[in-house]
Design a protein around this ligand. Sequence first.
Ligand SMILES: Cc1ncc(COP(=O)(O)O)c(C=O)c1O
Length: 406
Amino acid sequence: MGTHNKPDKKINLASRMDFIEPFHVMRVLKRAKEMQKDGHDVIHMEVGEPDFSTPEPIIAAAKKALNRGLTQYTPAAGILELREAIANFYAERYGVDISPQRILITPGATGALQLVLAVLVNPGDEVLLPDPGYPCNRHYVELFNGKPVAINSDAQNRYQPTLQDIKQKWSERSRALMLASPANPTGSVLSKQELSDISRLVLKQSQGSQTAALIVDEIYHGLTYEEPGEERTATALSLENTDNLFVINSFSKYFGMTGWRLGWVVAPQKYLEALDRLAQNIFLCAPTPAQYAALAAFSDESLEIMEQRRNEFKKRRDLLLPELSNLGFKIAAVPQGAFYLYADCSAISADSMMLSSRILEKTGVAITPGLDFGMHRPEQYVRFAYTTDMERLQQAIERLLKFIQK
Ligand SMILES: Cc1ncc(COP(=O)(O)O)c(C=O)c1O
């Protein structure tokens, strides 16, 4: 899966670098910046982070921590107060009982994903992951000389792998399945029943003493758009069996803390010592001021701000869904979470890369081409991020309408 970059003979790079691709959206972003410099008005719908800055109570807590001189290393697994606060959050929000000992604080979900794959993947081991998906995941697998195995996923299955897909792709070298719910770039959410069926299937694939692992990235949890009265999106931690389950999460998205670099992993008891030992070596610890700041993320005041923002995101999604469909962007699977719309643009163009460039040049609306999310029909898709306000979204729709009518 993925492309193979041509090695540069002039520098001595490890061969794994041949498989690490840049974000194609960076080209869009670079061009968008140039256009802005030339005085064009660019509407950013390519950015994968909330447009809201960190809630004030969290910033105030950070300032307090800095004034108290809390700037030194913490234990590798993070400060106990924060691990306890996260455990408390799972109990209150999801009704699941997690020991704080099972929670390790990491430098973003990025740190957690690398940590987990590092302790699981031997050279040549396969890790299954859906395509389209978060592009970095396959690179992390490559980083440990594992082999990412794509499960091509389509709108009819809400871009999530089916049990049959998983069975078909699983081989004796497969070590783990990685999922995200809600997912990037599709906003697709897995129900508790779906998670439970997948978890049972993965466990069944275990061979001898080798337990097959399930890694669920819940970084967009909280940003889900249930209707009033509907059950809140389930965490994989509410499943019956969590012996082979690694749940990744972060303060980046729901809590609006992308730049603070703070995430966590909830791991099975038996892996904790290894994860802690490796975290000591590769990170030492997650940023200390960020950890103290995040203690304020669970206060009623902060959660109220987060919920207001969630409602705002829902409004944006509900505005864009029908408007983009009217313009010819087909969104066959209604996204129930995150802040992305993954749209089939084949009725407008056969080449999504070229289309996103042309849209940017002609309208100043920046979007992400499908190629950033894998190799499964990327030319057919673009991702719209609704990380800009309603007024700007409305303007983007007007500009896109003019572009398409031409
Ligand atoms: C699915 C997914 N996982 C992980 C990350 C990385 O997040 P963090 O900022 O917590 O490292 C992102 C960022 O966009 C993401 O979309």
